[in-house]
Structures are given as C-alpha cells and as structure tokens.
Design a protein around this ligand. Structure first.
Ligand SMILES: [Zn+2]
Length: 142
C-alpha cells in the first residue's frame, strides 16, 4: 500500500476492513480495524449524505491508514491493541525470557551445543536475520 492507493480505497473497503488496511485515523487518534469500523459506521449513519471528499477529513469520518515505517508506537485508542512501531518498554530481555527455549533450539540447529547465556542470545538475535526479524515482528527493540 502506498499513499496513492488510498485514493482507490472505496467506502465499501472502509466498512469491510479493506485490502491492506492497518487501521483508522479519527479525530487525532488511531484505531485498530474492528474499532475503527465501528466509528466509520457511526459516522456514516449519522451523515448518510456525506460525500467522498468529506470522508477524507479525519475530523468528520475515520480515515483508512496504511502504516509505513513508524518510529513511534501506535495503539488503538479504544482497545489499546498495539498497531505499529516499537512497543514501549519492550526491551530485548523480555523477548529472550519469553522465547529462551525456542531461541536455543533454533540456534543449536545451526551450531550444536554452544553455551547460550543472555548475552549470547542477544548477540544471535542482533546478527541472525531470522531471529532479528522475529524479535522485530513481536515489537521488541533490537
Ligand atoms: Zn481497537
């Protein structure tokens, strides 16, 4: 999804969640798709004659958003679901604590039986593309 794709995003897409939609922006907050859809429905039922141009105003009606790179954490203003960006306070130790066994098994498949303390696991996560991407996908700062 790029910015230009937003122009082809239809009202039906917005109501149904649509392809590639990450969430909604509405009145200076962001919402996950299910919560955002509730706001879309309310906004459109309140204004059945609203035109498409008005839809582009996120003060009036929730706008579909497609996150690109984001340095800051984005969470749904209704349910608090983490939407994008690094989760506040999630440092790598939490990832290591949560996935120690899986991490060790994965690494030992590559280099059997090497000692893996927290420092070693951190080094592996920083340097192994698969482990790095896994940690990032779960919102940890590597
Ligand atoms: Zn939500």
């Amino acid at each position: 999804m790029t910015d230009s794709d937003k122009d082809t995003f239809t009202l039906a897409d917005a109501l149904q969640g649509g392809p590639g939609l990450d969430g909604y922006a509405f009145q200076a907050d962001v919402y996950c798709v299910p919560c955002g859809q509730d706001h879309v429905r309310i906004a459109f039922f309140a204004r059945p004659t609203v035109d498409w141009n008005t839809f582009r105003d996120s003060e009036e009606v929730p706008q579909p958003i497609f996150f690109g790179e984001s340095e800051t954490e984005q969470c749904c203003a209704d349910c608090g679901e983490h939407l994008y960006g690094p989760e506040a306070g999630k440092d790598l130790q939490g990832f290591i604590d949560e996935h120690r066994t899986e991490l060790s098994i994965t690494i030992w498949k590559q280099v059997p039986n090497i000692p893996l303390d927290d420092d070693a696991l951190g080094q592996w996560i920083a340097n192994d593309e698969g482990l790095y991407n896994w940690a990032r996908e779960e919102g940890y700062e590597v």
